[in-house]
Design a protein around this ligand. Structure first.
Ligand code: C2O
Ligand code: CU
Length: 545
């Protein structure tokens, strides 16, 4: 295996989209940021210099970082932020990831523009479990362009507790696409040759929405997701939730004298203004001597913005290969189960400025605890035994029973408890976690993400999870391996994993506004007995708080 070294200069640079120029946070002046390339089992070292005027941290989403939480990145969970003028070196230890994972800022709203892909190819001398593609393209989907700036939107969401406004455009590789004003020149174009097959590594880096995505006239074959292979799945469209990645094979087999849009459009429980009609686009163009029949690309058909069935039909069709080369080792029995309700809540408003429903401010919670960032990072406090930074009382169950899909809820449920509560797990515990959505205040699709692990998605459904009956329908044969799973609106998802990576690992909804409102918790996995089962010693220079 190899070590790859990179330098990330974080800097604010002016960039123009939608006819407006503003200063955005970037890595090396690029938006989206640089893509990193490695092979399975390699190590990537990234030295981050913060030349910006604000704090930053970087997370390596989907990289399990065995025993190395020090380089995981979420601010106040595994490190304190890198201050302006300061530097920090991350060591990214790849282990079983193979496919596409990604990196992004994990502080404030900076991941809007500070993100890129991590492409993990098979080990030297081994091959993809599908015919070798002619060429590969990274497709970063974003919903990143707020004309007034990402952090201005964050500040308003925090100070008023109101909904975050919809951004002014979704983007493909940083570009809204030529259906938007002032956007033709930059529109991403993918040049293909007829008869060849291409591998598209699609990442949903958007802050707030799942996206339906498809390529006009072409069928794609899904071959991977979240840094793991899946059984090949043909699809006319995909749905990709914030935080997920999808690896797609695209065969260039259509008439070459036509241009084709690839397009992404929001999957959303509510129509936010012009969402249903607004798509971010890029252009698939065949290399050909034939004159173009038209300079207007064909548009793909995409499911309607609130088509939950279209979303779940796709997402829950993914399956592990489950063969000798890619075996499944899902825990068949469980040592500890957690039942976690993800809810949007209301808080009473201290000032008159709140923009939530009925003059309240919005919060979010897991099992009715709305997470509050501690003053120093939890990893340091845990490792050094500093008391009073976090509590260990994150509940295994919600504090009340209620009907999760009902619209009338007792008022007491609207008010969450604010706190920094974690759950401590024994090394090696075989875990089952059921995430339950609810329509308290408002239902939504919650992409739940766990750091330090991937997990098997063994079951899902709409309505309330039934502890007696639903486990009988679990898929323990070929469940997909994921690190982010979309919990459908007013439904549930069950995941299993073995807690064999000691450390401090963030677990949260990957919709940015839900995360800043507190839909988070932390799993601390204790060291095991052997020296190979212990958290590595900290690097010499962790950023001070
Ligand atoms: Cu991609 Cu904690 O996030
Ligand atoms: Cu959420």
């Amino acid at each position: 295996s190899m070590t790859h070294s990179h330098v990330f200069n974080v800097e604010e640079v002016p960039r123009t989209r939608l006819c407006r120029t503003k200063s955005i946070m970037t890595v090396n002046g690029q938006f989206p940021g640089p893509n990193l390339y490695a092979r399975r089992g390699d190590t990537i070292v990234v030295k981050v210099h913060n030349h910006a005027s604000k704090n930053v941290t970087i997370h390596w989403h989907g990289v399990k970082q065995p025993r190395n939480p020090w380089s995981d990145g979420p601010e106040f969970i595994t490190q304190c932020p890198i201050k302006p003028g300061a530097s920090f070196t991350y060591t990214i230890i790849l282990s079983t990831e193979e496919g596409t994972v990604w990196w992004h800022a994990h502080n404030d709203f900076d991941r809007a523009t500070v993100h890129g892909a991590i492409v993990v190819r098979p080990r030297r001398g081994t091959r993809y479990p599908f015919p070798h593609p002619f060429q590969e393209f990274v497709i970063m989907l974003g919903r990143e362009w707020w004309n007034r700036g990402a952090n201005a939107v964050l500040e308003e969401a925090l100070s008023t507790g109101g909904e975050v406004e919809s951004s002014d455009a979704f983007t493909i590789n940083g570009q809204p696409g030529d259906l938007y004003p002032c956007s033709s020149a930059g529109t991403f174009r993918m040049l293909v040759e007829h008869g060849k097959t291409y591998l598209l590594r699609v990442v949903n880096a958007a802050m707030s929405n799942g996206l339906f995505f498809s390529v006009a006239s072409h069928t794609v074959v899904v071959v991977g997701s979240d840094g793991n292979y899946v059984k090949p799945l043909s699809a006319d469209y995909i749905m990709i939730t914030p935080g997920e990645t999808m690896d797609l094979l695209l065969e260039a087999n259509q008439p070459p004298d036509v241009l084709y849009y690839m397009a992404g459009r929001a999957f959303s429980y509510l129509s936010l203004g012009s969402f249903p009609t607004t798509a971010t686009t890029a252009i698939v163009e065949y290399v050909s001597d034939l004159p173009l029949e038209s300079t207007k690309p064909l548009q793909p058909t995409l499911p309607y913005y609130n088509d939950t069935a279209a979303a779940t039909n796709f997402s829950f069709a993914l399956r592990s290969p489950a063969n000798a080369a890619h075996p499944v080792d899902v825990p068949m029995t469980v040592d500890q189960d957690m039942f976690i309700v993800a809810a949007i809540n209301e808080l009473e408003c201290p000032q008159a400025s709140c923009a939530g429903p009925n003059g309240t401010r919005l919060r979010a919670s897991l099992n009715n605890i709305s997470f509050v960032d501690p003053p120093i990072d939890i990893l340091e406090a845990y490792y050094a035994g500093i008391e009073g930074v976090f509590g260990e009382n994150f509940p295994n169950m919600p504090p009340y029973y209620y009907n999760f899909t009902a619209t009338d809820q007792p008022l007491s449920l609207l008010l969450p408890t604010l706190g920094t509560e974690v759950r401590v797990l024994e090394y090696g515990a075989r875990m089952e976690v059921v995430f339950q959505g609810t329509s308290l205040v408002t239902g939504d699709n919650h992409p739940m993400h766990l750091h330090g692990y991937s997990f098997y998605v063994v079951g899902w459904g709409f309505g309330n999870f039934d502890k007696e009956r639903d486990p009988l329908r679990y898929n323990l044969e070929d469940p997909p391996i994921k690190n982010t799973v979309g919990v459908p609106i007013n439904g549930w998802v069950a995941v299993r994993f073995t807690a064999n990576n000691p450390g401090v690992w963030f677990m949260h909804c990957h919709i940015e506004r839900h995360m800043i409102w507190g839909m988070n918790t932390v799993l601390i996995v204790k060291d095991g007995e052997g020296s190979k089962e212990k958290v590595l010693p900290p690097p010499r220079h962790m950023p001070p708080c």
